[in-house]
Design a protein around this ligand. Structure first.
Ligand code: ZN
Length: 443
């Protein structure tokens, strides 16, 4: 199966971040074999696609998500204690493989519609997440959560590690789904568990580690109180500051810590919208990148940031750094797109396979229309993508040479069924919330 896309505003998203007018890409099977500008090669047997000047760029990488939590989108929106009041009781009661499958399918559909082709997920029953990603045709890093607060799928840490073993066995050698181990956060695991995760990672070099790190003021207090240091140092003492660690949030990272994390080969997932909505603060993204850290863009779960679409992240990602630096020149639009593509792939350890349009890489790419009035005129295509485009501008999505969406029609998931499943669960959640609010819930 070969495909030729031509007449594109081609953004290969390689180090140079070039814009190739009248660009073309040749795809054979799952891989990109050639690209260029001007007259495309004569390939009469290939599927021919005239992009009509639309942007064709590398598929976007969401470096931190809890896909199944899309079922909690907007729930208890402005309730300060909603985690303890609603979410934890709902998770205890309702999180099953079926619920995770339903929430992940909803999230996968939304991701495809938004041009996200790779997602790093951490939640429960991750075998189910991997299955849904596989069916959807997406690429992902699926992280089984480990925590000591008796989460819904493991009563203790040993049981958590058993789930990790099952996940790794289920997806060993899978072309698109990478199994991962996800200690929830320093404060919900502590050093002995983190050290055990570090030993596990040492013994399983292909299994990345995901963690929430240096996210909250309360986490800073916990680290100081418990260990007399900062969260990054807690992770270092456990031996977990290592290549393959994907650290989400990283709001409280100073210059020394950034240098140390960069030297260790850690990747950072930046969740601007989620951090902003929770009032947590602003991650020092430019400082971390200047220290040599790869920083990708992430949505967090839809409970936190409401959308799994990177376009909705772009403005806060850029604006937060402009606000921090009191300068319009900070975090240029081109850098935002770099973070959403090749740098996000680096964060996940996948830059050898995805993140840019280059011969030999996987054919993960998207086509984005520039024809809306709100996008015109176009002086700088990166500025148009970051500040004037929305998810609905994505026309077509391809992963590993397979079309997941054509002309905004998702090809791989059944919309009616996943919407019905989500609605059914949301109805049950609402009934449970009513019991909680009226004091009739005995927990
Ligand atoms: Zn998170």
């Amino acid at each position: 199966m070969s495909t030729l896309i031509y007449n594109a505003t081609l953004l290969p998203c390689t180090a140079a971040m070039e814009v190739l007018p009248a660009g073309w890409v040749q795809i054979e099977g799952a891989r990109i074999v050639a690209l260029g500008t001007g007259a495309p090669p004569d390939l009469p047997d290939a599927e021919q696609i005239d992009a009509g000047g639309d942007v064709v760029m590398a598929g976007m990488v969401n470096t931190h998500c809890h896909m199944a939590m899309s079922l909690f989108r907007g729930l208890g929106e402005d309730v300060d204690d909603r985690l303890v009041r609603y979410i934890l009781p709902l998770e205890r009661r309702f999180v099953t493989p079926q619920m995770v499958g339903a929430g992940t399918a909803l999230a996968a559909y939304e991701s495809i519609e938004a041009g996200v082709t790779t997602i790093a997920d951490m939640y429960y029953h991750e075998v189910e997440v991997g299955r849904v990603l596989d069916t959807a045709g997406l690429r992902g890093v699926v992280g089984q959560t480990i925590a000591d607060f008796a989460p819904p799928d493991h009563a203790n840490i040993d049981a958590g590690f058993t789930l990790v073993d099952q996940l790794v066995a289920a997806f060993a050698g899978h072309a698109r789904v990478t199994p991962s181990i996800a200690p929830h956060a320093p404060y919900s695991t502590d050093i002995p568990v983190l050290a055990r995760v570090a030993r596990y990672a040492e013994a399983h070099p292909g299994v990345p580690v995901q963690i929430h790190l240096a996210e909250m003021d309360s986490e800073m207090d916990w680290a100081q109180r418990t260990h007399g240091c900062r969260p990054v140092e807690v992770v270092a003492r456990a031996g977990l500051l290592r290549c393959g660690l994907i650290a989400a949030h990283c709001l409280h990272v100073n210059a020394d810590e950034a240098a140390r994390m960069a030297a260790a080969g850690v990747g950072v997932a930046h969740n601007a919208r989620s951090n902003g909505k929770a009032g947590r603060g602003i991650a020092p993204v430019e400082a971390m990148r200047e220290a040599g850290l790869a920083v990708g863009i992430a949505t967090d779960g839809a409970m936190s940031g409401n959308t799994l679409d990177l376009f909705a992240q772009f403005a806060p990602v850029a604006m937060f750094q402009k606000l921090l630096g009191h300068s319009r020149a900070r975090m240029p639009a081109l850098e935002v797109i770099r973070m959403a593509t090749i740098e996000g792939a680096r964060v996940l350890g996948l830059a050898g396979q995805i993140g840019s349009i280059e011969p030999g890489k996987q054919a993960d790419l998207i086509r984005v229309s520039l024809s809306a009035a709100r996008q015109q005129p176009v002086y700088d295509v990166y500025s148009t993508l970051v500040f004037a485009s929305v998810a609905e501008d994505v026309r077509d999505v391809m992963v590993a040479g397979r079309w997941l969406m054509r002309a905004r029609a998702v090809q791989t998931l059944e919309r009616k069924k996943l919407m019905r499943d989500a609605l059914q669960l949301a109805t049950a959640f609402k009934a449970e919330m009513h019991l909680i609010d009226t004091g009739r819930k005995i927990s």
